[in-house]
Design a protein around this ligand. Structure first.
Ligand SMILES: Nc1ncnc2c1ncn2[C@@H]1O[C@H](COP(=O)(O)OP(=O)(O)OP(=O)(O)O)[C@@H](O)[C@H]1O
Ligand SMILES: [Mg+2]
Length: 360
């Protein structure tokens, strides 16, 4: 188990990790996700011991390891650039750390064969890296890490050099590998789809702070702030500026400049009056028969994906994305009536903090 406790990191006067608390349980697949520059790699390198920690505690299995050197931590790291030794075969690359430790040849061969089998590299053991595909090279890099039998494996954007089909395949392979090795994994990516598909626990980072951490569907359904709400999920959650007023007890009345006016339940009166932002996902806006929806808008873009179609409606200043059936006959220029699913509406205050979550 890893505990990151109030950890901070400065580069000169610049604070890049601003008091981060993260817990990863034993055996979990944790994904750190966030936009470029938010501090993901820095945090991972601090866990690996490649960067110093300025403040706070890093605890691994109950032991504070801030000052333990990298090679004594029992942690392996796989980088985006696999940096294989070009003059060595796959087998020599995978076994290199064992030959450094003067492990006997027969034992190295046995362990390399075992790792190669898990990674489906058995047929390639005698090749040099130049004669491998990108996915195979990535698997060799993973092999080099797991042969050390680490209890914790760190990955920094390991799939970003691969084409999209191979990325999807490697996502599945990494999940299989995680099950087979029973190791704890911390995986860094800027891609929320990778985070959603692979993680037991997602940690969303924004500008050096944890925006939220939890299970993928927890973040999807109950985002604590506008940042997480719009970062997780594709297409993004729509966020519409509204004015909130309280007319009846237990309810809040919302109006937008677009002509949308709705009442939402607000049992404990947590929604302040005044400016508010309504968050609603594309799948929670439904096409309604003419004259029956909450508002009418013009369709500007129609994107057909086969099983579903995304409509962009409204103005350029305030586009709204709506998920429709794959075979809808709507075309750009049409006017559509739309209904917002009340239970699925989120409300954020002007600072982006959630003041009303979607109702389960
Ligand atoms: N050695 C350094 N000196 C000064 N600033 C640094 C140094 N390394 C990183 N930074 C800064 O720290 C911040 C976090 O960097 P980091 O590499 O952790 O981001 P990241 O989330 O991994 O981004 P990306 O998705 O682009 O890899 C960035 O603003 C970066 O410019
Ligand atoms: Mg990075």
């Amino acid at each position: 188990m890893i505990n990151v406790r109030n950890v901070r990191k400065f580069y000169g006067a610049l604070e890049v990790i601003k008091g981060v608390d993260i817990t990863v349980e034993d055996g979990e697949f944790a994904v750190f996700v966030g936009p470029s520059g938010c501090g993901k790699s820095t945090l991972l390198r601090m866990i690996a011991g490649l960067e110093g920690i300025d403040e706070g505690d890093l605890v691994l299995n109950g032991q504070r390891i801030n000052d333990v050197p990298p090679d004594k931590r029992g942690i392996a790291m796989v980088f985006q650039s696999y940096a294989l030794y070009p003059h060595m075969t796959v087998a020599e690359n995978i076994g290199f750390s064992l030959s450094l430790k003067k492990v006997p040849e027969t034992e190295i061969k046995k362990q390399v064969d075992g790792v190669a089998e898990i990674l489906q590299l058995t047929d390639y053991l005698n090749r040099k890296p130049a004669a491998l595909s990108g996915g195979q090279r990535q698997r060799v890099a993973i092999g080099r890490a797991i042969i050390k039998k680490p209890s914790l494996i760190l990955f920094d954007e390991p799939l970003s050099n691969l084409d999209s089909a191979l990325r999807v395949q490697m996502r599945a392979e990494l999940q299989r590998l995680h099950r087979e090795l029973k190791a704890t994994v911390v995986y860094v990516t800027h891609d929320q789809v990778e985070a959603m598909t692979m993680a037991d626990r997602i940690v969303v980072l924004n500008k050096g702070v944890v925006a939220q951490q939890g299970a993928p569907m927890e973040l999807y359904h109950q985002p604590e702030n506008e940042f997480v709400a719009t970062f997780i999920g594709s297409p993004k959650m729509n966020v519409l500026p509204m004015t909130a007023t309280r007319r009846d007890a237990g309810k809040v009345h919302l109006e937008s400049p677009l002509g949308l006016a709705i009442d939402l339940s607000d049992a404990n009166g947590s929604v302040p009056q005044g400016e508010a932002k309504l968050g609603i996902r594309p799948e929670h806006l439904k096409l309604a028969p003419q004259g029956q929806g909450d508002f009418v808008a013009e369709v500007v873009i129609v994107e057909r994906l086969g099983v579903e179609t995304y409509l962009t409606v409204g103005s350029q200043q305030q586009p709204i994305v709506v998920r429709a059936e794959g075979d809808v006959t709507i075309r750009p220029g049409d006017r559509v009536s739309l209904t917002a699913e009340r239970a699925a509406c989120h409300l954020f205050d002007p600072a982006g903090r959630v003041v009303r979550s979607a109702q389960a």
